[in-house]
Design a protein. Sequence first.
Length: 500
Amino acid sequence: MFKKALISALCTTIALTPMSAWAVREPATQSLNLNLPSMGAVAGTEMSPSEEQALGDEIMTHIRADDAYLNDAETLEYLNRLGYRLVSVSQSHTYNFFFYPLIDKSLNAFAIPGGYIAVHTGLIVAAQTESELAGVVAHEIGHVSQRHIARMIDEQRNNMAITIGSLLLALLAARAGSGNAAAGIAMGGQAALIQKQLGYSRSAEREADRVGLNSLANAGFDPKGMENFFARLQQNNRYYESASPAYLSTHPLTVERISDMENRTQQLGNRAHTDSMDFLLIQQRMRVLQESSHNERLKVEKEIRDDLASAKNQRQKIALTYGLSVANRRLGKGSEAKRLANEAVRLGGKLPILEKNQSECLFLFGNANEKRQALRQAKNLVDNNPLSEMAVKLYANELYESKRYNDVLKFMRSQQAISRQSEAYNAIAARCYKELNQNSAHHQAVGDMYLARGDKRAAEYQFNLAQQANDGDYYLMSQVDAKLRQVRQEILDDKKFKEK
């Protein structure tokens, strides 16, 4: 009954709501005795990890459909390498974590049930070191591993419809960077409840701090990164209360928390950590991609150019040159984007992110010889990084744009980085089948893409179109028939489930 009420409330709420291979492990440090505060027995929680996962999956179908969701291969790959470096030394291996960026200039990050952790582009840009960014991510991992959201839900299960609705509104409003947004959506007396639900308790925050600090140190980052970031937030909040960072609306910050972090950081000892080149590159990439208007892009292009003119070391020059290339590409200045892409590779060598940018610029803005060079470069990137989704998508896209549709399909069947059941795989396949006029295969791939998103109704529609087209072989049409029966049954089961 608990799960049924949960999913039912979720569906109601959502309907009303707008919306790796390159990681280098450093030696671990010895873990501290965390001395965690008592938060109640997790085992007594009615909401199981599998129910958390189902809830998180449902929320993510809506987040992925939101314009703020940044489906950027470079950033997704970097965040998940960073995140899993922390998860690998954390206390929890219950969840399949997924880390993703949201286009939002506010300093915020948040977790939803099931191990999904959002990081705002503004937070990535504002982090002064990679350890600061890792510190925030580690803190959010702590909230997930300690099941804080599940506990909040369980504590209020007697008022389920209001509580779940309030919680989800709050979580999704947090995406917009405003804790007050949730209260604005709600009516009357629900506002106070939302604020209560949205903010973690002081005990939960201390617990997430301690778990996160331990993971941060064991993963080879500087533990002071977390302390420094939160101390800076506290200072900014003290002087600019009217424009306090969004993160503080959901994560209450106290003097006691800062002191506790300082004490634990001292116990862990100093640990120097050099920012990865990928972190510096992604920072510059986010400076550009978070801007939505032409004027804003012009402004950030000038800012990056000015920063480059005063850059004091080679690593800064590499990152800023790359950022300038991305900015010029977004502005439609192809020749300059290509020149800067080549210069970034000359300065930084064969870093995957730099090579991808160079290949893209050569292919988009180059002559026939440069396009062939770009395709060879994309193939080499895949060969050297076979588990990189970023590299696979690059090569598949350039093959597609070269009108080599059968080669794309052959390559996608053989690659190792993208699951055949994933949205990305089927989106690529669907485009190729359409160009080859294989209508049943096209609609089946589109249906599989929607199914991976969790949109069963859209999947049913596409499988029905595939059946009507009826231009595939016996094996394909049998697959279509089976998938159509299955998704119709699942839709029927979901309907019965919600009616109970």
